[in-house]
Design a protein around this ligand. Structure first.
Ligand SMILES: Cc1cc2nc3c(=O)[nH]c(=O)nc-3n(C[C@H](O)[C@H](O)[C@H](O)COP(=O)(O)OP(=O)(O)OC[C@H]3O[C@@H](n4cnc5c(N)ncnc54)[C@H](O)[C@@H]3O)c2cc1C
Length: 280
């Protein structure tokens, strides 16, 4: 028994989100984003960002770029990992999700970043859990395209844009350690998102030279950049529709990264302290 419970379960605790919905906790759909990881040679990104004769004393270069497509969709890079790796992030058997990270030294061969397109609540079915089911659907397709055993489906970005299966990679080799299958990623996302992502990738070439050309590769599927649902909470007390139950952080839809999740945790703890103080 407790009077307060701060629920900071992350955005992959699908079992708990379903349990909450089935027990009458109010949830709403929210905008989230899906797409792929794009990888380049870090050296190439350094040259694009610093110039061909850049000083080796400079840190591995980063980027954060975005465009708006004709269909008025945001296509953007997220969580760019200089000198990093693409990593598995699946949380359910038979479903494939990937993410990216850099080790402290940021000294590995490839740079990677998520390249994402927004998914609006209106793209999905009425049900509040339709975003989670949509994530599952694309993760299942990615698992199958990867050939099973959590190998990832990989394609040259140029082939993805043209809609042809990749049979041979160029200079960039996938950093995903479990293994990969060369394929055509076009079957994963629904047409509206797929077309927007392709248009966005072409437009991004104006921001970074040859961003989606030459040897750049895509690995699928990046589906967990943000939560597709929000657990509703009162803006003053932070309670959801049960007193004392306080949804918190990314999984509850109030954060989008390490810092914002940490700050939301502090804010939730302050609300509990305030409530205890007022009760004395
Ligand atoms: C590979 C990777 C790289 C990332 N890199 C960055 C980055 O560079 N910068 C950035 O800002 N963000 C990054 N993120 C995102 C960042 O990790 C999250 O935004 C952040 O951790 C969210 O914090 P949170 O506390 O809301 O949830 P989480 O950190 O996901 O914590 C939720 C916790 O709840 C636990 N849990 C869930 N259900 C239960 C249960 N039923 N019982 C007990 N425990 C449970 C989980 O095991 C987990 O420990 C990255 C994520 C990944 C996967």
């Amino acid at each position: 028994q407790t009077e307060y419970c701060i629920l900071a379960i992350g955005h992959s605790a699908r079992d708990t989100l379903y349990m909450l919905k089935n027990r009458g906790i109010n949830l709403t759909k929210k905008t989230f984003a899906v797409g792929f990881r794009i990888e380049h040679k870090q050296e190439y990104i350094n040259e694009c960002q610093y110039g061909k004769n850049y000083s080796k004393l400079l840190p591995p270069a980063e980027y954060k770029i975005n465009v708006r497509t004709k269909q008025k969709r945001g296509v953007f890079t997220f969580c760019m990992c200089p000198g990093g790796v693409v990593v598995p992030a699946s949380s359910e058997q038979g479903y494939l999700a990937i993410n990216g990270m850099s080790y402290n030294k940021r000294n590995l061969e490839n740079a990677n970043s998520a390249v994402l397109v927004n998914v609006e609540p209106s793209d999905l079915e009425e049900d509040v859990m339709s975003g989670i089911e949509f994530q599952r659907k694309i993760e299942k397709k990615a698992f199958e395209l990867g050939g099973g055993k959590y190998k990832a489906p990989v394609q040259l970005a140029t082939d993805y844009i043209k809609g042809i299966k990749t049979t041979k990679l160029l200079d960039v080799k996938p950093s995903y350690s479990i293994g990969y299958t060369l394929t055509d990623l076009n079957g994963i996302l629904p047409p509206i998102l797929n077309e927007s992502l392709k248009e966005g990738l072409v437009q991004l070439n104006k921001k970074i030279n040859n961003f989606s050309k030459k040897g750049a590769i895509l690995t699928g599927v990046e589906s967990r950049s943000s939560s597709p649902v929000r657990i509703n909470r009162d803006k003053d007390s932070f309670n959801c529709n049960i007193k004392g139950l306080i949804p918190c952080g990314e999984g509850a839809g109030y954060a989008g990264g390490i810092m914002t999740a940490a700050v939301d945790g502090i804010k939730c703890a302050e609300k509990v302290m305030e409530d205890i103080k007022n009760a004395i």
